[in-house]
Design a protein around this ligand. Structure first.
Ligand code: FES
Ligand code: FES
Length: 154
């Protein structure tokens, strides 16, 4: 079956029920997408499927056939980091970093839908992505900063 990963068409000859996270990590070799709980709870494995934040650990490969999948490796625009990535760096958000690609993919999908969120909307949008290092204050600040950057660039 074929998926479109980070703008590139890729044919995969594997079990169509393979969770997307393992197709991406083990078969394609992009390891930016992380595996956490494996049950759809933590958000570490979040990617975009047709622009929607999607938990790749509970998404069978067959359900994304011919859809556009974006991972953290595909989030930058060429050499330019996505504003969410820039803001997470500038705010020195990560501690161990395991949850961070999922955090950034969730934030990017959210800001694509809501360009000028208030604090409560940011907290709600990010509330189902868990960070065992407890970086929540910096995550919230970075998402707000990314929104400001995107408004300035618009
Ligand atoms: S690893 Fe997918 S939601 Fe936790
Ligand atoms: S930075 Fe360690 S789990 Fe979030």
């Amino acid at each position: 079956m074929k998926i479109i990963l980070n703008g590139e068409s890729i044919n995969l000859d594997i079990d169509p029920e393979t969770p997307l996270v393992w197709a991406i990590r083990d078969h394609i070799g992009l390891t930016g997408t992380k595996f956490g709980c494996g049950g759809g709870y933590c958000g570490a494995c979040t990617v975009h499927v047709d622009g929607q934040a999607t938990r790749s650990c509970i998404t069978p490969l067959e359900t994304v056939a011919d859809k556009a999948v974006t991972t953290i490796e595909g989030l930058p625009d060429g050499a330019d980091l996505h504003p969410v990535q820039t803001a997470f760096l500038e705010h020195q958000v990560p501690q161990c970093s395991w949850c961070m690609t999922g955090q950034m993919m969730t934030a990017a999908a959210f800001l694509a839908e809501n360009a000028s969120p208030n604090e409560a909307e940011i907290v709600s949008a990010m509330g189902q992505n868990y960070c065992r290092c407890g970086c929540y204050v910096r995550i919230k600040a970075a998402v707000a900063a990314a929104a400001e950057m995107m408004q300035e660039d618009a």
